[in-house]
Design a protein around this ligand. Structure first.
Ligand SMILES: NC(=O)c1ccc[n+]([C@@H]2O[C@H](COP(=O)([O-])OP(=O)(O)OC[C@H]3O[C@@H](n4cnc5c(N)ncnc54)[C@H](OP(=O)(O)O)[C@@H]3O)[C@@H](O)[C@H]2O)c1
Length: 350
């Protein structure tokens, strides 16, 4: 399966190195010629979980150097979410007949690409964790996997084919409920991760304050209400996505504290990657995380005021108006109340 990987950052570089090391025919696409030159000089080196590999970076070029003569059977898109959407118009040029485009970004990216490019898109997300220490030098941070599946649900021959192909190099799982898995990850990203980034720390840190805990509960419940209203059935991940005895009207259930304790065990000490984005002055993926929840709420006739307030706060941080700190959580809660008063039906009344 002639394969192109677009984006040689943390995940793309890790996957490319492991595919190369397994002897698979893989081409690499960087953002520009300078990045391609650097990679050719450095090669690809992976350390960490899953074992160390070092391979040469041949067949590497800037992504716009690949054209209609370079048709691929599989294009794995490993850019950030906004770059994936920007790249979309040119991607169909690179796909041969019956080829597959596999995006692995968080949030609503696979669905958004499928709306633009149609059936060539196979849904994907990454539970693999990776960092790029320098161009060509990657660390695999966990024993995670890529999850793939049809956006429309169910099994397919191509899911099976891509699964068998990629698992020669990295851990891959297939699901019949990719949409549910996307939402489960989104629920964690838009609460655990984004709130941590705004507060400037981890979930364990912000959950120690009443406003941190209130904001987590409200954000999670609102996003879950939207997920269920879209018809998605969130998939169990490390923690059950639907808290025990959960009600959209926010009546606290008996098992909630025990459920939060499990969320904390699974994700409480993870430093949010969005916090790194803030510190490095990089664009965040907020539009595809909490912003996606807000858009999906609108599509199903709901409002998501708390997620909207989170999006506004993240924009205020990236524009330099605020620095991440726990006091911002109170502001988000206040802004939510204001948004509530100006809108109609909210996703969650909790
Ligand atoms: N890293 C993880 O552990 C992890 C885990 C789960 C999910 N994810 C998700 O996976 C996606 C990728 O994450 P990442 O950490 O690998 O990001 P990253 O390190 O920023 O890598 C993205 C790479 O894509 C390059 N790029 C952007 N536009 C391009 C284009 N048109 N053609 C070729 N290359 C292009 C970027 O170049 P520039 O540097 O020049 O922008 C960068 O090298 C994100 O959506 C992220 O949320 C990551």
């Amino acid at each position: 399966m002639k394969t192109l990987i677009i984006g040689m950052g943390a995940l793309g570089g890790l996957i490319a190195a492991r595919l190369r090391a397994a002897g698979l025919p893989v081409w690499l696409a960087t953002r520009d010629a300078e990045q391609a030159d650097r990679l050719r000089a450095s090669g690809l080196r992976v350390t960490g979980m899953g074992g160390a590999v070092t391979v040469q970076a041949t067949a590497v070029a800037p992504w716009d150097a690949y054209g209609a003569d370079d048709k691929f059977e599989l294009v794995l898109l490993a850019t950030k979410a906004h770059d994936a959407i920007e790249a979309a118009p040119r991607l169909s040029l690179l796909l041969g007949p019956n080829a597959t485009l596999l995006p692995i970004q968080n949030g609503g990216v696979p669905q958004m690409l499928a709306e633009r490019l149609g059936n060539c898109v196979l849904g994907g997300l990454s539970n693999l964790g990776a960092t790029m220490e320098a161009p060509g030098i990657y660390e695999q941070r966990n024993a995670g996997h890529l999850l793939i599946g049809e956006l429309a649900g169910g099994e397919s021959e191509r899911t099976e084919r891509v699964h068998r192909w990629l698992e020669r190099a990295v851990e891959v799982r297939a699901t019949r409920n990719l949409r549910g898995a996307v939402w489960s990850k989104l629920l964690v990203n838009c609460s655990v991760t984004t709130i941590g980034a705004i507060a400037g720390g981890t979930m364990r840190g912000y959950m120690a304050s009443p406003e941190g805990s209130e904001l987590f509960n409200r954000t999670y419940d609102e996003a879950l209400s939207v997920a269920l209203a879209t018809g998605a059935q969130p998939e169990p991940m490390l923690v059950e996505p639907i808290p025990p005895g959960w009600h959209a009207d926010g009546i606290a259930s008996e098992g909630r504290d025990a459920w939060i304790a499990k969320v904390l065990t699974a994700y409480g000490d993870v430093t949010p990657s969005m916090l790194q984005d803030f510190r490095r002055g990089r664009r965040t993926e907020i539009e595809f995380i909490n912003g996606y929840v807000v858009n999906m709420a609108r599509e199903v006739g709901l409002d998501a005021p708390i997620n909207a307030a989170i999006v506004e706060t993240v924009h205020a941080i990236t524009s330099g108006r605020f620095a991440p700190n726990p006091r911002l959580l109170v502001q988000v809660l206040r802004a939510r109340t204001h948004n509530d008063q100006h809108h109609g039906k909210t996703a969650s009344m909790s």
